[in-house]
Structures are given as C-alpha cells and as structure tokens.
Ligand binder design. Structure first.
Ligand code: SF4
Length: 473
C-alpha cells in the first residue's frame, strides 16, 4: 500500500510488459531485503539477478530495464535526486549494465507513488510510458521515432499536458542500436552508461514521462531535519570540491585545475596536456540549472557567445568527460564548438566517450593511411575539423555509409578497419570509459577495468588517488 512504508519508501513497484501491453504493480520487498539492498543499484541488481537467466542478449525482450530510486530520493536533502537503471550491458553484452541519473525524474517517480519500474518485453510499434499520480499507461510514439532527445521531451510534455512532468527519452542512437546509446532526461541529465538507451530502443520504448506530487513519508522527520542541517554545513565548508549554485564559471576553473593534475585525453590519448583546451570557456554565458534541493548545482546551460555557433544554448551537466569526448580527444579546441558538439551528442542520445573514442580512432586510422576518402564517403578525417566530426557523428547514429562501420562502437569498428587500428582503439571490454587520461592515477583506471559493469561507473573497485600513494592496502 502506498505510504505504508516508513523510512522514505513508497512501497510499490510498477511492472510493464511491453509485449503484452500489460501494466501491473507489485509490493516492494520486505524489511529484510530492503535492509540488505537499500535501493537504487543495490535493489536493482538484486532484481536483475533474479529476473534475467544467463544466455540472453541486451536486446532480447527478456532483458529487463530496472529503474530504482533509493529511500532518500525525493526528500529535502542535498542532492537527493538519484535514480538508477540496471539491465544487461548493451555495449559488452556479457556484463551487467549500470547507469544512473539526476534531475527531477527520480523525484517525480517517488511522488507518483513508485519506488521503481521494471520493464520487460518488446513493443511492436514505438510507445512511451506515461506514469502519473499512481497510474500508468502506454501511448503511441510512432510520430516521435527519429526525434532527438530534447525535441521528444518537448513533444511529450505537450502531449501529456503537464509542463511539470519529467521526461527521459532515447534519441536516434538508441533507436538504431548504436554502442553508447543513452537515455536523456530533463535536458541537463542522462543515464549515460552501458548503452542503456540502445537496450531501451530494442524494446521500441521511446520515452518515459512522469508526474506526481504525493509526499514521501519518513520515519522520523525531526531527526532527518537535524541531519539535513549538518549535511548542508558540511557542504558549505571552505575547500569543498563541489561548486555552489551560481558558480558555474568557477566549476569550469576547477575542472581545468583538476585536469591539469590528471591529464586530458588529447588526440586519441596521444597527448594529455593541451594548453588551449579550456581557454575562452569563461567568455561564454553560464546559467546554473541545479536539481531541486541541491546546493551544489553542477548542471548548467551555456550560451555560446562567439564563433560559428554564437547564440546556441547547450544544456549540460557537471563532469567534464563529455567535453573531452567532443573536444580534446578530437583536437577540437574552440570553446563554443566544444559546447555545441557536446550538446549534439546529448540530443542524438549517444554517450561522450563512446562517440568520442570511436570518431578519434577513425581520425587516427585516416592519419595512418588505414582508411582513405573512398572508405569514408569522401570525408577527410582531419584532427580538429569539427564539421567532419559532426558529420561522422550523424552518419554513425543514423547508420549511413561509413557510419555503419562505426555504429557498433570503437572495438568492433577498429576490428573492421583492421591493421593496427585495434591497438589504438580505447575502450574497456568494448564499453566506454571515464574520459580523462587516468595514466596518472592508475588506481582509478584499475577500478574501471576490473569493475563489474565495464568502464564507468565501477564503484567498489575505484580509488581516487594520484600514484604512488595508493591510499589503500
Ligand atoms: S545539480 Fe548536480 S550535484 Fe546537484 S543533484 Fe543535480 S546532478 Fe547532483
């Protein structure tokens, strides 16, 4: 029963069978399971273990998409916005797939009355799922198929006639089953890892829209408020790494500082210091777009103030990996172009390292003479040529011409190109990586390599440290 669970749970899971067009629900597991697995990935991976027998591919109807919030999601606590997705990893097809996102999507799922959503089967035609105020329905999305993530969000909000709703949608990359397909939500956020957008595209599920406004019950509101105050004070302490709302430019400076320590991914990992990367970023216009209740506010819009894309507004989020995937790895250094191209990745629904590593590998293969213009539909793949990069990106996500070679991801594409190309294809188990040059922090790289999900994220086997002080036994 909704609300009968204290301690931040709503008590219900939504079940959707796309093959049968059936929607049902089940009660959240009991206290013994919740105390063990808590929520989000813990609970999601437990369900995945139970629901998916060995031998199925990420694109099989049997592969479930398991979205879970945690007991803190939706409470008035700093950054309490997390929602995770567990499924079979599309990019490796042999490890688990783990992804997570922020924004309003998880919060509204809780407030619509559900802790999680489990989606199985495969629809015959494109559909989207509309979850609202304790109810859910499937709606036709044939007219949305082919639209990018941002346009899909705008259309669906109009269709459900609820401007306060949150929409998570795939783009052409997920529809066309490209490596690194992601699910974008609330414009500034995404489930980026493990090719989850392509696992969703295989189900012909274009999007999930949610609205709800039920309060989330807690066991001890007074005690929670005391914790919230302590938490806020800790965040306000000088020297805390996160930025405060309104300091988007400072975040950019911090990012630059951090990468001076770690190293950028430059020209497909061949250089890791680029004095021009990051120059001129502060001349663009940043507007913080913090998630509800978050004092850190890593998400931002950036309006390009100069150059070929002057006036364009990119809707991005904290972490610079995607900026390296659209910028330094391709030797694209002009700030406005980097923000524009990063936003194109988001709109087309492809994760930055999957797209960036693949295009960079192709550029290096072209430089080394392994492929020529006759292989690339006449394109000259020259480092730093942003127009060529965007052209390749579109060919890849729409599987046109040379893009058909690139769409399965950097590992398979390099094998298809042949020669020494697999030697300079950057990936982990065929999946994307956390796109910095981690050769100055081997502990982190090691964590990504041995982490169960492949690539990033790999919590539990990750250690933020600069060698030689490993920091753990
Ligand atoms: S603004 Fe950034 S730090 Fe804050 S909750 Fe959202 S994603 Fe997390």
């Amino acid at each position: 029963m909704p609300g009968s669970y204290k301690g931040g749970y709503m008590g219900r899971i939504l079940n959707v069978d796309l093959s049968k067009g059936k929607i049902g629900e089940e009660a959240l597991p009991g206290d013994d399971v919740l105390r063990k697995y808590i929520g989000c990935w813990g609970l999601g991976l437990r369900f995945l273990y139970d629901l998916l027998p060995p031998g199925y591919a990420a694109t099989d109807p049997e592969n479930p998409l398991i979205f879970f919030t945690g007991p803190l999601t939706g409470l008035n606590l700093p950054g309490a916005t997390n929602i995770t997705l567990a499924t079979k990893n599309f990019d490796t097809n042999f490890t688990v797939g783990r992804s997570h996102s922020h924004g309003r999507f998880g919060i509204l799922l809780k407030m619509a009355g559900y802790d999680g959503v489990i989606i199985t089967g495969r629809s015959e035609k494109p559909v989207y799922l509309w979850i609202h105020q304790g109810k859910a329905e499937l709606r036709d999305a044939s007219g949305l198929w082919g639209k990018d993530t941002h346009d899909s969000e705008d259309h669906i909000k109009m269709d459900v006639q609820e401007a306060r709703s949150s929409v998570a949608a795939i783009g052409p990359a997920g529809e066309n089953l490209c490596a690194g397909g992601m699910i974008a939500n609330d414009k500034n956020h995404s489930f980026s890892h493990s090719g989850v957008g392509s696992a969703m595209g295989a189900k012909k599920l274009k999007a999930i829209a949610i609205f709800g406004n039920a309060p989330v019950a807690v066991a001890d509101a007074e005690r929670l408020e005391r914790v919230r105050k302590q938490w806020r004070e800790a965040l306000d302490r000088p020297g805390h790494f996160g930025m405060k709302v309104g300091q988007a430019k400072t975040k950019m400076a911090e990012y630059r500082y951090m990468l001076d320590l770690i190293g950028f991914v430059g020209r497909n990992f061949r250089i890791n210091q680029l004095s021009d990367f990051g120059r001129g970023w502060s001349r663009q216009k940043f507007t913080p777009r913090p998630c509800p209740t978050c004092p850190i506010g890593c998400s931002y819009d950036v309006q390009v103030m100069e150059g070929a894309h002057k006036g364009y507004i990119a809707t991005l989020s904290g972490g610079g990996e995607a900026l390296e995937g659209a910028g330094s790895i391709l030797n694209v250094l002009e700030p406005g172009t980097i923000f524009y191209l990063t936003d194109q990745y988001d709109r087309l629904g492809i994760e930055g390292s999957a797209a960036g590593c693949t295009i960079a590998m192709a550029m290096e293969a072209f430089e080394k003479g392994l492929i020529k213009g006759m292989d690339t539909d006449g394109l000259e793949l020259i480092w730093g040529d942003a127009e060529v990069a965007e052209n390749l990106l579109r060919k890849m996500v729409y599987r046109e011409g040379f893009g058909e070679i690139l769409a399965p991801g950097v590992k398979e594409a390099a094998e298809a190109i042949g020669g020494e190309a697999p030697d300079f294809a950057a990936h982990i188990k065929g999946s994307g990586i956390n796109l910095h040059d981690w050769r100055s922090a081997w502990g982190v790289l090691f964590g990504q390599i041995v982490g169960s999900a492949a690539g990033w994220p790999a919590p539990g086997a990750d250690c933020w440290t600069i060698e030689p002080d490993a920091g753990y036994p």
